[in-house]
Write a protein that binds this ligand. Sequence first.
Ligand SMILES: C[S@@+](CC[C@H](N)C(=O)[O-])C[C@H]1O[C@@H](n2cnc3c(N)ncnc32)[C@H](O)[C@@H]1O
Length: 433
Amino acid sequence: MKADTRALAARGLAEIALRGASLREVMERSAPRLPDPRDRALLMALLSEGARWWLRFDPAVDDLLEKSLRHKEPAVHALLVLGLVQLEILELRDYAAVAATVEAVRALKRPPLAGLVNAVLRRWQRERESRLAKLDARPQTRHAHPAWLATALQRDWPQQAEAVMTADNNEPPLMLRVNRRRSEREALIARLQAAGYAATAHPWLADALVLPHSSDVTRLPGFDDGLFAVQDGAAQVAADLADLHDGLRVLDACAAPGGKACHLLERADIALTALEFDPARAERIRQNLMRLRLDAKIVTGDAGAPKGWWDGRPFDRILLDAPCSASGVLRRRPDVRLHRRESDIAAMQAQQRRLLAALWPLLAPGGRLLYVTCSVLRAENEAIVGELLAAQADAQAVPFTLPVGQPAAVGWQILPGDGDLDGMYYAVLQKSR
Ligand SMILES: C[S@@+](CC[C@H](N)C(=O)[O-])C[C@H]1O[C@@H](n2cnc3c(N)ncnc32)[C@H](O)[C@@H]1O
């Protein structure tokens, strides 16, 4: 079974790294073929760590071969990358990792290549030190980041870039958000601890709980009763900055799957419109509202074209959690770094600019708009907000500080790993009365 799992992982990883498939779709397609949950867990670990570390070990595999297998035998190439990931990252015993990888070549129905795979992994073991030193010499292979992103991080955050890339490769904790309407945080912590989970309260976020490792959250006590949601602490800052009180009219303009929208609803009795462009993703908002026993008006539409869905009544609060590069959440989404291109950033900016400009007129005088992204690139964050501030005489930035992260030219940047949170950018804009 283990050989089949590794073979399945190799095929899936080749699709993710070489054909643009997402980790989620590969996992959804492959997991049903593995009835044993331990095999599914191994598959998930291999696919996640394989994607995370691809940009370090893919060049190493090519370097070990006279002729690259990447295009002719993509699954065998990916299997070799996985072999190195198992030796160097998952720290499997050498013998087990090599033997299992060679066995998986047969499961891939490529027995003639078994000898080659064995020889390549043995050579890696013999020459490991010098080969690792070569990979460590450049930021992109040291940290398995695309070269353009490593360069952008060094440009935007010269002091922090190394720490950011290190954090992108570390296992994040599991963070939950207590549903205040259904439980006290302390009561939920006690319940989780009684069930054997090492849950603790987050030191400065009022609703956050931290568990050291990820696990199947649907099996945690209280999940079906809607006592909590899964949400990184960085995303929980939105509800604090929204400055909510009962009776406000609030728009969440890019709402799916509804993480921040639900948090806002847990905090105050507001009339919330949850807008989402993608109907399938809008369905996920509905499911989350239902599980957490919350209520909002879900609207499917384009935040950049309010004529199609706006009733003309201004909003007191607008949350624009804009589509972005996701460069702040690489630790939780290890395939993103393989799919994002430098040229995507200009397209993202155009979209962010369009949405912000279209939504500003919908804000009531004295109202607040929160601009949020899970990007760490200044081009998607303070540059976009700065343009709006320059163009709209009635817009002011509201200053604030957070216990972690750093001030940007406008707003605040949490970088991945700051306070063990995901990377997220926040700006608060107020409209003059
Ligand atoms: C960063 S995610 C939002 C995450 C969400 N706020 C949460 O906390 O769970 C951005 C969402 O915006 C949606 N989106 C992208 N372009 C949009 C548009 N023009 N109008 C409305 N929604 C859009 C995407 O489909 C995606 O679901």
